[in-house]
Design a protein around this ligand. Sequence first.
Ligand code: GDP
Ligand code: GDP
Length: 438
Amino acid sequence: MSYTVAIVGRPNVGKSTLFNRLLEQRKAIVDDISGVTRDRQYGVTDWNGKTFNVIDTGGFVPDTEDIFETEIRKQVRIAIDEADALIFMTDAAVGITDLDESMVALLRRSDKPVFLAVNKVDNPERMFLASEFYSLGFENIYFLSSMSGSGTGELLDAITELIPKDKEEDENTKEGELPKFAIIGQPNVGKSSLLNAMIGEERTIVSEIAGTTRDSIHTHYNLYNKEFILIDTAGLRKKNKEKEDLEFYSVIRAIRAMDEADVCLLLIDATKGITAQDVNIFSLATRKGKGIAVLVNKWDLAEKNTNTARDYEKQLKEKLAPFTDVPVIFISAKEKTRIFKAIEVALEVYDSRHIKITTSKLNEAMLKAVEAYHAPVVRGHPLRIKYVTQLPTVVPSFAFFCNYPDDVKPAYRNYLENQLRSNFKLSGVPIRIYFRKK
Ligand code: GDP
Ligand code: GDP
């Protein structure tokens, strides 16, 4: 299930330093929308065998003191609404400031767990200074140094204790369960229009499934005789005008929808092309092992000649690299073109993600591939891949058994992945490859 921890606090207290540490520098996702926020970052991490999303709410570049304070308070409110737990970060070197106090007032009103992280406690003198933070009255208080990492383990232990045991297997679609799709994309790409285009079809909605999660509606569709569940986050967003313009809000929603979905339909605007933000969302979905299809919407507005779609797809895939084995469909929500195709493709990706390849078929194809192109010799040892098997995991995973598993080079791993993709139907499906000793 999805669990999201947001880091809030004044600028310069050390939020992004902690964030990078939590992600062990695997800073896969950095989004920089200049002028509004400074590098808001989000990613997925694990600790004690539990996986959770982390969002660094960034810091607003102060235009004027007033705007600055208003904006930061807005962020805290959204974090309180949307996250499951909050890390409220302060700076021991600076001490308690007015802005800290005003954030405390907001945080107190929330019933979400708040962890007060007093940062920059680098040495015993700082610890002495830091004790003033007890006066803020938080039950969960952690003294740490994000820079050196001291104290961060205790904080993570406390947070992960709140997270229900990783339910990856439960998340696995059970027999008879319907495919779950999430339409994700930036504001104005046409998410609502696409939903409306689907709803506009007669008798498409079977039922709205109540009690799913508090912030998404699961709608059961039976469209062109295909059954699936669509996780709608766009519709809800519209209810709250104040929040609508906040990209933070759409990001946090997209992550949640993504966690619940089997396949993410990443909608992009044909006239704008794929943005850095889209690429970030795409790589997050990849890391989460979700199925993906890219829908290029507003294709009615694109100027077309014979090569347009092909060229467009080529350029798009250059930006999506290294994971480019993804279906791309050109649609128009407005003119209702290729909506059926998009659903068909989403269902195909869903099926591919549940692929079970028999060990004999797998070895037949892959040992041939190994024979055709041997792994390079490492330190005088020829690398021998003996056999390969698919692991019983949610995300398709493959274990290659070989004599020196640690010596397989990334280039060879990529070769094997490409071979898997060309031999089996895995379009839109992130896969995992492991090397094991035999
Ligand atoms: P943010 O604006 O809250 O994201 O803060 P940053 O992570 O960008 O950190 C602000 C500054 O504080 C940077 O110069 C960091 O190197 C520094 N910093 C972060 N954590 C620590 C810490 O634990 N100890 C010390 N001494 N400095 C830190
Ligand atoms: P959302 O914010 O992602 O839900 O986007 P909306 O569905 O509200 O669409 C944003 C704007 O794009 C609206 O003015 C729509 O009418 C327009 N739009 C959506 N899809 C299409 C399309 O396929 N073609 C054209 N020309 N406009 C579209």
